[in-house]
Each structure stands twice: as structure tokens, then as C-alpha cells.
Design a protein around this ligand. Structure first.
Ligand SMILES: C[S@@+](CC[C@H](N)C(=O)[O-])C[C@H]1O[C@@H](n2cnc3c(N)ncnc32)[C@H](O)[C@@H]1O
Length: 414
């Protein structure tokens, strides 16, 4: 049966609608696979018979569905047309391939009641539990409380129980991740409410303005440095006007507060000659500085900074101990964060970027001079996709969607 959510999906390569294939079409494709006539876009021949599948609007690109997970990574798409294989010539960037391999093979392996990722990169001791739980729940304050679709961009397995609260009042939670193993685990945790997409957050297979809320936690800093801003803007593209998305990022070595608080620790270590080199990590990451947020994200995505958690894992492990009033110290830190969220978002370890897509009301016809629409557009003929006020020029730049396509105009601010 055709999934009810087909209308929000788009082909990651052509950006066209996706069409659900019926049993007869799938049988034809399986015959092509058996003859060795169907290829992945990375040039390898397709071997596995299809159960269910989607196709791009022209029918030339096929996206399989395996175990209820829709495979929407371009290099895994199938085609029978060699010219398409040559023209797209897709493969995954090495950094992304490394992340995918890590999470498929190691990161989402279960270790007792945790995953390797949590056990290795988080501080899960009882003394920190209450603080971590409250930081996870803090995300809810910035999310729209309810809606149809909540996008969890790079969801992983939805590993902590608090993560489930984000989609409590949503009809569906879209779990999107580059790791198949993550999505198989997410299916266990989210169940029937989930829609599972194997995809790349830098090129989401979702149409513009379709998500009622978005979370993306601890992921953007695992994206190659030059694609991180694009990934955040990609989230913003899929957000409905008037709604909010939350990105949890990490300033890593650029956190002013962590550098300040850890100085005595490092000095002491150096004094005792214990060495202070950073631990090598098996996982790719790149932390931008706060200036990157101001330049690349803030204005483009109507974003604000707030704190998710101001202390790093290294700080927790080294400074917070049950016998050294660790719980009390964390309660104090949490209270301070609540009092000054913007400040701690800027200087602390993990900021939240809240993306706020404005609702633009256009109640009169707009003239679109010099664009592909020569005529006046009536308000009901288009939706505003993005608006960027520019106070200096006293102009507002709008990006519009109309039946005729997408276009840009600017108009003078009143
Ligand atoms: C540190 S884990 C965080 C998972 C989850 N958001 C959480 O907070 O527990 C990073 C996740 O991002 C996914 N990921 C990394 N790069 C990605 C990309 N380019 N597209 C989609 N998922 C990606 C990984 O597969 C992994 O599941």
C-alpha cells in the first residue's frame, strides 16, 4: 500500500516528486536486476531483489525500501540508464563514508543498556544523570509543542528516553540518518509513529516548508566543515513558516567557559608532568567558532543562540564527583544556564541554534518585475518560502513558491 506521506518526499537528485511503484512495476525492475541491467549510481550492479520502491517523477531513478527504511542516499539509487550513472557519478565523500561506517559497525552497537556512542562520548555516571536529563528536556522549551511532522535530523537510534518527549504531541516523527543500523534501532524505540529515511542531512529528501518542528542533536559538527552551514540551511528549508527547529551544536575547543574552567586542571597536570594531549577520537568532527554562526547561520535562518549544556564531557568526568558536591554544583550550573541562556549558549560547550522561520503575511497582490513572472501575483497564488529583512537597505528579500516555480523578489520595508 502506498505510504500516506509520499507528498512530503522529494528525489534528492532531481528534487522532483517521488512516485510509489506498484507490484507490477517492482516485478519488472526485479526482472532487470536478475538480468544485471540495473545499477547503483556508484556504478555497482544491483543484486538484491526489491520489495517496495519509489521512483523519481521521470521514472529513471529508483529508491528501494528495506525493512520499512526508505533508501534515499543518491549513490544507492538505482537506474537502468548508463548515461545517468555517468552523469551523476555519485559516491559518498570520505568523511561521510567514515561516519556511516563508524555508526553502522561500532557506534550503534548495544553495550548493556547503552549504545557504544553514549558510553564512549557521554558521561553517564549517576552523579550527572539528573543534569543530563534536564538538559535533554530543555529542548522542548524551544520546539513547537505539537504538529504533524517532527523531523529528527540524524536521529541515531533515538537513544535517550527524554528524546521521545519531543514528538509526544506530533503525529509522526521522521527519523533521518545516514546509518542503516541507527534507523533499525530507531524503529524499535519510536515504533509505528516513525518514518525512516536513510539520507544525508546536507541534502534532505523532503520538500520545502513541510516540517512542523525539527530537532538535530549532536550531528552538524560531524558533517564536513564546508557543508555544515548548508546542512543547517537545509533544515531551515524544510521547516514550515511560523515554526521552529533546534540544532544542538558543540563549540569544542572554542568554548570560552570550558577553556577558562579547565586551565587550572591543565596547569596542574603539566606540573605533575602527566601530559595534556587531547585524546584521539575515532570519529570525524569539526567545531566551528561562534563567529561562524553569526556569519553563516544567524541571519540566513533567523536563528538565535541558547544554551543546551554549558559544560563538556571532559569537565564532567574530571570535575564532577559525588563526594565533591558534584550534584549540587550541576544544579547551580543548570540554574545559571536558565537565567542566562544566550550568554551560556555563546561561551559554554554546547549551544542550541533555534531556527525561527517567520510567517510572512502578504495580503495584497505583489508585482514581480523582471522575474519570470511578469504578471501580478495574487496572495493565494504563492507561498512565501523565505524572507530576509535587510534593515540597512530597508528592504525585504522574499523567496516565493508559486505554481509557476520558485522566484525571488525584494520589496521596500514599510
Ligand atoms: C553523535 S550521533 C547523534 C545521534 C542523535 N542525534 C543523538 O543525539 O543521540 C550522530 C549521528 O549523525 C549521523 N550522521 C552523521 N553525518 C550525517 C549525515 N551527513 N547525514 C545523516 N546523518 C548523519 C550518524 O549516523 C549518527 O547517527
Amino acid at each position: 500500500m502506498e505510504p500516506h506521506f509520499t507528498d512530503i518526499l522529494q528525489c534528492p537528485l532531481t528534487h522532483s516528486d517521488l512516485t510509489w511503484l506498484d507490484a507490477e512495476q517492482v516485478a519488472q525492475l526485479n526482472a532487470e536486476i536478475a538480468r544485471g541491467d540495473l545499477y547503483h549510481l556508484d556504478g555497482t550492479p544491483a543484486r538484491k531483489p526489491l520489495g517496495q520502491a519509489f521512483a523519481s517523477a521521470d521514472g529513471k531513478l529508483i529508491y528501494p525500501v528495506e525493512e520499512d527504511i526508505i533508501i534515499l542516499l543518491p549513490f544507492l539509487a538505482l537506474t537502468g540508464d548508463q548515461e545517468i550513472v555517468w552523469s551523476y557519478g555519485q559516491s559518498l565523500r570520505v568523511e561521510k563514508q567514515a561516519i556511516m561506517d563508524f555508526y553502522d559497525q561500532v557506534g550503534w552497537k548495544e553495550e548493556g543498556d547503552q549504545f557504544y556512542d553514549g558510553a564512549r562520548f557521554e558521561d553517564l555516571r549517576p552523579v550527572t544523570q539528573d543534569y543530563l536529563r534536564r538538559c535533554h528536556l530543555r529542548v522542548n522549551r524551544y520546539l513547537p509543542g505539537k504538529g504533524t511532522y517532527l523531523l529528527d535530523a540524524a536521529s541515531g537510534p533515538v537513544q535517550y528516553p527524554e528524546y521521545l518527549t519531543y514528538s509526544e504531541n506530533y503525529d509522526y516523527r521522521i527519523c533521518a540518518d545516514i546509518s542503516f543500523r541507527a534507523l533499525k534501532q530507531a524503529k524499535k524505540n519510536v515504533g509505528g509513529k516513525g518514518i525512516y529515511l536513510l539520507c544525508d542531512v546536507t541534502n534532505l529528501p523532503l520538500k520545502d516548508n513541510t516540517m512542523d518542528g525539527i530537532v538535530s542533536l549532536h550531528t552538524i559538527y560531524h558533517v564536513p566543515a564546508d557543508e555544515q552551514a548548508g546542512a543547517v540551511r537545509e533544515l531551515y528549508r524544510t521547516l514550515k513558516a511560523g515554526q521552529t527547529g533546534v540544532v544542538v551544536y558543540s563549540w569544542g575547543p572554542h568554548s570560552f567557559l570550558m577553556n577558562l574552567l579547565m586551565v587550572p586542571y591543565f596547569l596542574l597536570k603539566r606540573l605533575l608532568r602527566k601530559g595534556t594531549e587531547a585524546e584521539a577520537s575515532e570519529l570525524f568532527f569539526h567545531h566551528h567558532k561562534p563567529a561562524w554562526f553569526r556569519k553563516e547561520i544567524q541571519r540566513q535562518c533567523h536563528a538565535r543562540l541558547a544554551v543546551w549544556r554549558s559544560v563538556s564531557v571532559a569537565f564532567l568526568r574530571r570535575v564532577i564527583h559525588e563526594k565533591a558536591l558534584g550534584r549540587q554544583l550541576l544544579t547551580l550550573i543548570y540554574t545559571l544556564e536558565n537565567a542566562l541562556p544566550g550568554f551560556f549558549g555563546r561561551v559554554g560547550a554546547y549551544p542550541m541554534f533555534t531556527l525561527n522561520k517567520p510567517e510572512v503575511k502578504v495580503d495584497a497582490p505583489i508585482e514581480v518585475p523582471g522575474s519570470r513572472w511578469e504578471a501580478m501575483l495574487e496572495p493565494e497564488d504563492f507561498r512565501v518560502f523565505e524572507n530576509r529583512p535587510c534593515q540597512r537597505e530597508k528592504r525585504e528579500h522574499l523567496r516565493l513558491h508559486a505554481s509557476a516555480g520558485v522566484g525571488r523578489i525584494s520589496r521596500t520595508l514599510l
